[in-house]
Design a protein around this ligand. Sequence first.
Ligand code: HEM
Length: 479
Amino acid sequence: FYSKANKKNRKILPPGPKGFPIFGCLHLLGKFPPRALHKLAKIYGPIMHLRLGLMTTIVVSSPQAAEQFLKTHDLIFASRPPLQASKYMSYQQKNFAMAPYGSYWRKVRKICTQNLLSNAKINYFQPIRKEELDLLIEYFKEAVRARCVVDISAKLSALSANMTCRMVLGKKCSDDEFDERGFENVVQEGMELVGKPNLGDYIPQITGLDLQGLTKRSKAVAKAYDAFLEKIIDEHVQSKDENRTEDFVDVMLSFEGSEDTEKKIEREHIKAILLDMLAGAMDTSPTVVEWALSELIKHPAVMKKLQRELENIVGLKRMVEESDLEILEYLDMVVKETLRLHPVAPLMAPHESMEDCTVNGFHIPKKSRVIVNAWAIGRDPKAWNDPEKFFPERFIGSSVDVRGRDFQLLPFGSGRRACPGMQLALTVVKQVTAQLVHCFDWELPEGMLPTELDMTEEFGLVTYRAKHLLAVPSYRLST
Ligand code: HEM
């Protein structure tokens, strides 16, 4: 009787590969973990258990399983695990993206969504985005005159840095006011460090050894960030210009002095949140545009079809305006298809369970780390026909969207921890992609054929192209 009852009450973890003592399955992650985990999920199933170091990790790899974790049991999985990189670079996880679930996270999410990421604020910053994009178009027009190759990846990254700094910090940031490596490089290094598996996060007993040198690098990046943010905040505090338009730093500083304990936040919180907004916006959107352009160059028929849509709706006598985006249906499909095959945060951000939970009959222990493999979900053959093919037409007549309602397409996540910057991101991605495709034809350098374009991915919290996208523009408009 006892043995029967025991069997009945036994908690069964999801299936998964057995690992080595101590290291667990860390060696299975390979160079590009989303692909390695996708392969393992084909063997063990869409809810898989792995021990990564000493940490219980659950990997979610199908739309149905993702719905269970991000909708049905959303609250239980709404926290984040502690990570070394965030400890050093985000002031002991005082930022918004990695804060554990609770009242602080709720307060910060509200401040950010109301004061930077609401539709009203996005519209308010529209002239800034237009000015910066116009400058980029002028730069490419110069390149047309000089008939030279341009580094699209580098220019997109600079465009995004300028737009983001102006929206968040109220001004562009030149490299010379940062550490000698330059602003964009340090932010990119920070993103890389957050995304790279750090052994200390998986085997806490060896954290102090810093075997990969990642903690040392995180501390150096944190020091550069801190000096920079202190300078920006001081400039805002000391500014006597009464005509200056209020930016996000001013808003955050108004909470520092708040009498209301519900709203009050300290200087370290402000710096951590500013960093989140910079990191959240700077690298993600340009990377999506970079992948979209790569796919369009690789698929000339899709490029032509998108250019035809722009010709019909916008015409060749003017550039694309943000107000045109609503009715550009094929552009919407191209962006969705890009995000399906290249979700720039392919493993999202890690979630952590706050309680024991049972999902599909499997026991998920409290404090498990949960990884949702958006990269694998976008390639699930049960959800997508011919999943490896770049084919925007698959969205014709389909209501599937990227906003977190449809679990087969999760580039921005879903549920409580879903991306709060989605609306801003989609506006920027669509506007920049449309403008570059409308204003220019693009040819690969040195006679390279579209089929020869290297599409290798470089894994990190944001997955970039391993090689910069280079191309030669020629101008299309009649103005
Ligand atoms: C195309 C661009 C972007 C993509 C693909 C993207 C994707 C994501 C994803 C997948 C997550 C994690 C969701 C989860 O863990 O469940 C996330 C979280 C987040 N994103 Fe984005 N994002 C983008 C742009 C932005 C922008 C422009 C901002 C802000 C200016 C931003 C700020 C954040 C923040 C603060 C979080 C953490 C939310 C939380 O933990 O509550 N993102 N994003």
